[in-house]
Design a protein around this ligand. Structure first.
Ligand code: GNR
Ligand code: NI
Length: 167
């Protein structure tokens, strides 16, 4: 298993729209395992393939306390959404920034699991937030896109400054 480098905002590669996974077979499973290792190591509660520069519709999440409920969603689709709730979001691609974002409170999602079997899932709370956040990544969208232009600009400047220092 390997830890994968995570792209940082404002890297333009984070704006790539991911392509569907055509077939779920052995070739994709090592990527799933590496994504879990990378997410747990970070640590984070979710990770989209986009963040590790793989532009496929694949995400992993684990919002459990014990970090023992790994969930893989391949080619996820929102079947229905209801309610609205605001919560503080952060992102491994925008480290150190936390801002409130409004999202659907409850969602029903369909996806393929690591064996290619279709399943449906009802989510609310942190799991619903996380799945919506990860599905945005697959569309090239980041949580900072929901903030005001002024805030986003400030965050971008901060990230660019940090990146320069890191060289
Ligand atoms: O680790 C993460 N925490 C988090 C907190 C609130 C809302 C969303 C998230 S997802 C984030 C990991 C990440 O960047 N996934 O794309
Ligand atoms: Ni993120």
């Amino acid at each position: 298993m390997a830890l994968l480098p995570i792209l940082r905002y404002p890297d333009p590669r984070l704006r790539t729209v991911a392509k569907p996974v055509e077939t779920v077979d052995e070739t994709i499973r090592p990527l799933i395992d590496d994504m879990f290792a990378t997410m747990y190591d970070a640590p984070g509660v979710g990770l989209a393939a986009t963040q590790v520069n793989v532009h496929l519709r694949l995400l992993v999440v684990d919002v459990s306390e014990q970090k023992d409920q790994p969930l893989v969603l391949i080619n996820p689709e929102i079947l229905s959404a209801s309610g609205q709730e605001q919560s503080e979001e952060g992102c491994l691609s925008v480290p150190g920034i936390y801002e409130p974002v409004e999202r659907a409170a409850q969602i029903r999602v369909a996806a393929l699991d690591r064996h290619g079997t279709r399943f449906e899932l009802d989510a609310e709370g942190m799991l619903a937030v996380c799945i919506q956040h990860e599905m945005d990544h697959l569309e090239g969208k980041l949580f900072v896109d929901y903030l005001s232009q002024i805030k986003r600009q400030r965050i971008r400047k901060k990230m660019e400054k940090r990146q320069r220092r890191a060289v």
